[in-house]
Design a protein around this ligand. Structure first.
Ligand code: ZN
Ligand code: ZN
Length: 425
């Protein structure tokens, strides 16, 4: 396959990083032993592979199943083992909350508990956003009185989800999860996870907030109404994933670049914001299979006019993998490939760089994240082409990038932009 690269003189160097969540997979029986990527007809993805260099990537480390949050930290060039600040902070940043140093944020579910304090429904019958918003509003006047100098702020995010921020002196993210991801268990009391004043103060403040919240929620007219209609009341909060903002140098400073992110899911927006990306909001970008991918691609093309690095996140591949639906994953990959076409045209026309990969494998037959390496392709005007012509796990393993770690990717991309300083003389 011959690809003509045109780089008009004076054109800026740019790179777009496309991450399809949970893209990597294993041979699937119902696909005759092929992976969904192998089974898909994805011409545009193959164009990237054929036009550049391919490899496979252990996003965290060989055999280590990554969470999407730690995986993205690695893809952005940070050591996740040193910088991971807990998921709550990313969630908060993702819904637009500005966290200060020292703030501790939790992801929260509005849930249903019975008289004995046992969790009956972790999502309160998937309560609507409209009702959840009113309930969140009723929690805004809760004052923490038993722990000095701590303020609690509760935000609604979407449907049954919210974010709780504890703000004040001497707080820690070392407190236990209240949401045990199970029904039929008693709601636990928050426990400090280490023997520090900070952890004890945080657990006590959390405890007080939860007790007060439960009282308000129990008597709230919305819940009375739900009970009358036979719906589960949202009468408890289940926080988890306590987190603080990471102490890291922004990606823009490290490399001296302008960086923009386009994502639908709150978590991805949060990680991107935490490391210094500017967020570009796209209407209808939902982080689901029904996202406005066309709008995201248009926004990415536009952003390449202004930013050195553009990150585009696509969630749908992971969602269908968790649903254990390989046939749908093939469809989703083919859809992504079609929708990326104008972006790849733009990249090839302008002589930009593009990297496409996944943040982890989510094998469809397993339905969970696994530590298998993910395929990676990087194309650009002066990238050494290898002989790989198809973008999939097996073909990419024969490519010139060979096998790298996720943390190496950002430096490889910045090297093409000429942003990596010389080591030695
Ligand atoms: Zn992921
Ligand atoms: Zn996932």
């Amino acid at each position: 396959m011959v690809i003509a690269w045109l780089r008009s003189s004076g054109c800026e160097m740019r790179v777009i990083l496309v991450v399809c969540d949970g893209l990597g997979d294993r041979p699937v029986k119902s696909l005759n032993g092929l992976t969904p990527l192998q089974a898909a007809k994805a011409e545009t993805l193959d164009r990237i592979a054929a036009g550049g260099e391919c490899g496979i990537m252990d996003v965290i480390a060989p055999g280590q199943p990554p969470g999407s949050d730690t995986a993205h930290l690695a893809l952005f060039g940070y050591n996740p083992f040193e910088t991971y600040p807990g998921r709550g902070a990313f969630e908060a940043l993702g819904v637009g909350i500005d966290l200060g140093p020292g703030d501790v944020a939790f992801r929260c579910n509005l849930a249903t508990v019975n008289e004995a304090g046992v969790v009956v429904d972790r999502r309160a019958g998937r309560i609507s956003s409209d009702q959840a918003k009113v309930l969140a509003e009723a929690l805004k006047d809760i004052r923490i009185e038993k722990v000095d100098g701590v303020q609690a702020i509760f935000y609604h995010s979407s449907e049954h989800r919210g974010v709780l921020v504890l703000r004040g002196e001497k707080l820690s993210r070392r407190v236990s999860d209240i949401d045990l991801h199970k029904t039929g268990v008693k709601v636990p009391t928050p426990r400090p996870l280490d023997d520090t004043v900070e952890a004890r103060r945080t657990a006590a403040a959390l405890q007080e907030f939860l007790e007060k919240a439960q009282k308000i929620l129990k008597d709230h007219p919305i819940n009375q109404e739900r009970i009358k209609k036979g719906l589960p009341p949202a009468n408890a909060l289940l926080p988890r994933g306590a987190g603080t903002i990471p102490k890291i140098e922004p990606i823009t400073k490290i490399w001296g670049i302008r960086a923009a992110a386009i994502a639908g899911g709150g978590l991805y927006k949060g990680v991107a914001r935490a490391v210094g990306f500017n967020l570009i909001q796209v209407p209808g970008a939902t982080g689901t299979v029904n996202t406005n991918l066309r709008g995201k691609v248009e926004a990415a093309i536009k952003a390449l006019g202004e930013y050195d690095l553009v990150f585009l996140h696509i969630k749908a591949t992971d969602s269908v993998s968790h649903d254990k639906n390989p046939e749908k994953k093939v469809e989703v990959i083919e859809w992504i490939s079609r929708e990326l076409t104008p972006l790849v045209d733009e990249v090839f026309d302008k002589g930009y760089y593009i990297a496409i990969t996944g943040d982890h494998a989510t094998p469809c037959e397993v339905g969970e994240h696994r530590g298998d390496p993910v395929p990676l392709a990087i194309a650009g005007p002066d990238v050494r082409k290898d002989r790989v012509e198809k973008f999939d796990e097996v073909s990419c393993a024969r490519g010139g990038i060979c096998r790298i770690r996720g943390m190496d990717l950002m430096k490889i991309l910045m090297n093409y932009l000429g942003k990596v300083p010389l080591f030695g003389e």
